[in-house]
Design a protein around this ligand. Structure first.
Ligand code: FBP
Length: 342
């Protein structure tokens, strides 16, 4: 580590500076988006600190409440949700909030309302919280049609209408990955500065990968196409080497690795979960948006994931996302099945 060079590193591309540069491309912009993002970043810094000292601060374990998904909420789930809801409302830039932890959408009171809708999973990967394995926050940002008359329809938009999406991973380092529609950039939190610094500019996912990521514990309930695809990953028939299996069980961690190394992450539907497990608005859409912005793709077993139009705020969908060529393979299997059934 060249501390001297580091100490003289004066041209810091912080996430705020990066977004301000992006904003300067839109002369009509009033800075609302930058202000909103700075409040999301504040929430991520708070959660990063809480997660890193969870064991010390007795933040491990259950909160004694259950969320809309019927899941027992962890103390950190509740704390993270509270921090993000308060930060987003205090930004004065939000109109509607949808959180994985709240049954209903939150309509911000008119005096504090802005024109953005934020859908988010305050702490994703809850099964890994208590064992210190990487977890994260996922978010997506939409514009409301009319902030004076917001409705639930404003939230139930296709993912193609997203303005921006990102996630923050709380792992060996704290990494925030963001897209505002012109590519994907990664920022690492420098704890000594308390600033997210640009460390992964213009992330492009490799066209084809050597890794597949899925919970094989569900294999007996998979449909024929998913079973065939995973079989091909393990026993390729085209002479290529088998793919390696990597599965953390935190979508943020599995998607982050997929974005950087390539390959495919899948959470398919199965007999037990006919719509899969992952939620469309604040898991599938943001991650699919980032994948497409990085040159990959995301598929539901029926269509491009971002073309989905959810009917409920906590709707679930199967998802296959990652390197373009790897997702093409699973799309071909479902297309062939559809043709055979036609
Ligand atoms: P939470 O948001 O409730 O944590 O659930 C989502 C999730 O933990 C994802 O992060 C992960 O990809 C998936 O569920 C793991 O599910 P499973 O344990 O069934 O493999």
């Amino acid at each position: 580590m060249d501390h001297a060079a580091d100490a003289h590193r004066t041209d810091l591309m912080t996430i705020t500076r990066h977004v301000l540069n992006e904003q300067s491309k839109y002369p009509e912009s009033r800075g609302d988006f930058t202000i909103l993002l700075s409040h999301i970043v504040l929430g991520c810094k708070f959660v990063c600190s809480a997660v890193s000292k969870a064991g010390l601060a007795k933040l491990i374990g259950l909160a004694g409440e259950t969320n809309v998904q019927g899941e027992e909420q962890k103390k950190l789930d509740v704390l993270s949700n509270e921090v993000f809801v308060k930060a987003l409302i205090s930004s004065g830039r939000t109109c509607i909030l949808v959180s994985e932890e709240d049954e209903e959408a939150t309509f911000v009171e008119p005096s504090k309302r802005g024109r953005y809708i934020v859908v988010f999973d305050p702490l994703d990967g809850s099964s890994n919280i208590d064992c210190g394995v990487s977890i994260g926050t996922i978010f997506g940002i939409y514009l409301v049609k009319d902030k004076d008359n917001p409705t639930l329809d404003d939230v139930l938009q296709p993912g193609t209408n997203l303005l921006a999406a990102g996630y923050c991973m709380y792992g060996s380092s704290c990494t925030l990955v963001l897209s505002t529609g012109s590519g994907v950039n990664g920022f690492t939190l420098d704890p000594s500065l308390g600033e997210f610094i640009l460390t992964h500019p213009h992330i492009k996912i490799p066209k084809k990968g050597k890794i597949y990521s899925v919970n094989e514990g569900n294999a007996k309930n998979w449909d024929e196409q998913t079973t065939k695809f995973v079989e091909k990953c393990k026993f390729p028939t085209d002479g290529s080497p088998p793919k390696s299996l990597r599965y953390v069980g935190s979508m943020v961690a599995d998607v982050h690795r997929t974005l950087l190394y390539g390959g495919i992450f899948l959470y398919p539907a199965d007999k037990k979960s006919p719509n899969g497990k992952l939620r469309v608005l604040y898991e599938v859409f943001p991650m699919s948006y980032l994948m497409e912005q990085a040159g990959g793709q995301a598929f539901t077993s029926k269509q491009r994931a971002l073309d989905l139009v959810p009917k409920k705020i906590h709707e679930r969908s199967p998802v296959f996302l990652g390197s373009y060529d790897d997702v093409e393979e699973i799309k071909a299997l479902y297309a062939a099945a559809e043709e055979n059934n036609a």
